[in-house]
Design a protein around this ligand. Sequence first.
Ligand code: CA2
Length: 156
Amino acid sequence: MAQPVIHVLNGPNLNLLGVREPHIYGRETLADVQAICERAAEGAAVVFRQTNHEGQLIDWVQEARSQADALVINPAGYGHTSIALLDALKSLSIPVIECHLSNPAAREEFRRHTYVSLAASGVVSGFGPQSYHLAVQAALGLIRERGDAAARSPQT
Ligand code: CA2
């Protein structure tokens, strides 16, 4: 199999990581998180992006349809609110891993539901920046499983 490509998308306010609210989100910056993803990818290509804009996030999800083998997404606040983001994610046929720094299930009531989970193969949350390490490793595992399955039953 050619080197896999993993897209890692980050939603609103995650550009403030390491700058504000370190008691909740830690001291690592988004650049540190990117480095964690690149190390976790074991040589797979990582496309790492952040935006504060819902439409941009949706455009990037749509781009992943043809450009990525798996998608890791921390939708941040949009996970709790955006049906449009869910609709975009549902159009993907690649594995989607939802990722959170904190554990939203242990926080305010309004964080306990995310629309994104409805389209995700799995969710990693609560491990700080290590959530991204685990999410990228899960993405690699799912890509490999699919590759193995395709090799067992090749299309003619
Ligand atoms: O725990 C996560 O990763 C979240 O996705 C972070 C979102 C929050 O709305 C989700 O419920 C859980 C918030 C991202 C805001 O990031 C900041 C980072 C530093 C300072 C301020 C905000």
